[in-house]
Design a protein around this ligand. Structure first.
Ligand SMILES: Nc1nc2c(ncn2[C@@H]2O[C@H](COP(=O)(O)OP(=O)(O)OP(=O)(O)O)[C@@H](O)[C@H]2O)c(=O)[nH]1
Ligand SMILES: [Mg+2]
Length: 461
């Protein structure tokens, strides 16, 4: 019984139904306590029953719930599992969880249901992480990636790499054991070829992390510029709602506004900042100070200039302050000036500041002109022009790191063969590589590592 865990599987708060999940050998016993004297029939696994739940102390009826029993090992965790779909009242759900606790279950730790599934061999580590990622996904694209990984696609992709690596290891090991002399040159060449191919495939998979990270974590983009250039107008235009206050008075935005939207499946968190200028107004100056901090934190800064006015010292000051950061320039209000002037201005800015022409995007926050180009320009520095989100992507920094380490170990081993290092030394690197690949799926993951990974789960998963 001590190993029976319970948790609310749905979010706290009022809802139509709230699901409480029990896992462990005592799950049915806990359920029996909730049924009280009505506990007459044995539950057949995987069938839904409408069951009345009672407070074991007062014997009061507290709810009617739909109850499903999953018999070990045919459950998510591999244990006996009972799921109670109760009415979604926070008070009621709390009461039922409390009854489960006083009936011998204990509260599940974060991710403990998934950890049990892992421990019982129902899923591997990459699949467990995918469950977390699916639940945390912010966009359809990242949910799609998580589902692919959850269904074992990543593990499947890694298997042939592991098999091929193991082949090479076996070959080298046996030559150590049985061959008197060194491996013949022709065989060394074959081994090297194989290693190069494995390293290349590993690196290829690792490189999808660039797109994977983008769709999972998204970008923090800060809008800056001197007062009144139209930052809040652009903020609203990109969001498609009148979220920020826009007026012709400079210094309108004093506090920061954050909103999120997506560009090509990439979640973008956009921050409208107070205009950057020296000011004696206390409130505005705090806003300006915050803007500076936000800029330092952003993945990308959009510096906005006003095409209907001469570029001022203030503009230059702002451009100077971002010169070491990742930034693009939006030249706003082009609806107010003839297009030849816009071209002239872009060319002038380009030559005077020496930044790339592609970094200046002429737009009108008012008419919407140039906004598509701006969206492209926002992703450009991160995607090198091309992100394909259709294949399987590496979305987890842990996996990326392990793949890169695998590829590096293999490359070094292959060089070792060139330098005629002994097979023993070469083998050390290859064994490391195999271990790194194993860590992705959890075959060779240490207890510490598991604890760290599962601390990123929340309770009830
Ligand atoms: N014609 C034209 N007017 C614009 C455009 N974008 C903004 N404006 C006007 O410029 C003025 C300032 O716009 P805001 O969006 O409030 O400017 P801001 O940069 O947020 O200003 P602060 O918050 O004061 O720093 C408003 O009157 C807007 O209507 C544009 O593309 N074309
Ligand atoms: Mg504003």
């Amino acid at each position: 019984m001590k190993n029976t865990i319970v948790a609310l599987a749905t979010p706290t708060g009022r809802s139509g139904i709230g699901v409480i999940r029990l896992s462990g050998e005592g799950s049915l016993e806990v359920l029996a306590k909730l049924q009280g004297s009505n506990n007459k029939f044995p539950l057949a696994p995987r069938r839904a029953y409408l069951i009345q739940l009672f407070d074991p102390e007062s014997k009061d009826l507290i709810d009617s719930a739909i109850v499903t029993f999953f018999k070990s090992p045919n459950s998510f965790t591999g244990d006996d599992v009972v799921e109670l779909s109760c009415h979604g009242s926070p008070v009621l759900l709390r009461q039922i969880v409390d009854i489960c606790l006083s009936s011998g279950a204990r509260l599940a730790k974060p991710g403990e249901f998934t950890l049990r599934a892992l421990a019982n061999g129902k899923i591997d580590l990459a699949e467990a992480e995918a469950i977390r990622d699916l639940i945390d996904a912010q966009t359809k694209a990242s949910a799609r990636q998580a589902v692919r990984q959850m269904r074992g696609e990543l593990s499947l992709r890694l298997q042939p790499l592991k098999d091929e690596l193991l082949d090479v290891i076996v070959l080298l090991e046996s030559s150590l054991e049985f061959v008197e002399d060194d491996l013949p040159e022709i065989q060394i060449l074959r081994v090297k070829e194989k290693l190069t191919a494995i390293a290349e495939k590993t690196r290829e998979l690792a490189e999808t992390f660039q797109a994977g990270k983008l769709i999972r974590e998204g970008l923090r983009v800060a809008l800056v510029g001197r007062p009144n250039v139209g930052k809040s107008s652009l903020f609203n235009a990109l969001l498609g709602s009148e979220r920020a206050i826009v007026t012709e008075i400079p210094g309108t935005t004093r506090d920061q506004l954050h909103e999120s939207f997506t560009i090509n499946d990439v979640p973008v968190s956009l921050i409208d900042t107070a205009g950057l200028r020296e000011t004696t107004d206390t409130v505005e100056s705090i806003g300006v100070e915050r803007s500076r901090a936000t800029i330092a934190d952003a993945d990308l800064v959009i510096v906005m200039l006003d095409a209907s006015e001469q570029t001022s010292d203030e503009d230059r000051q702002i451009l100077k302050s971002v010169k070491d950061l990742n930034y693009i320039v939006a030249l706003n209000k082009i609806d107010k000036v003839p297009s030849t002037d816009v071209d002239r201005m872009v060319a002038a800015e380009h030559s005077s500041l020496g930044y790339l022409r592609e970094r200046i995007t002429p737009i009108s926050a008012k008419t919407g002109e140039g906004l598509d180009e701006l969206r492209t320009a926002i992703l450009d520095p991160f995607s090198r022009g091309d992100i394909s989100t259709s294949g399987l992507l590496i979305t987890d920094a842990r996996h990326y790191d392990l793949l890169i380490r695998t590829a590096t170990e293999i490359a070094q081993s292959s060089e070792g063969l060139d330098q005629k290092l002994s097979e023993e030394i070469v083998l050390v690197g290859l064994h490391n590589a195999l271990r790194f690949l194993g860590e992705i799926t959890g075959e060779t993951t240490t207890e510490d590592m598991l604890t760290r990974i599962f601390s990123t789960f929340c309770i009830g998963k």
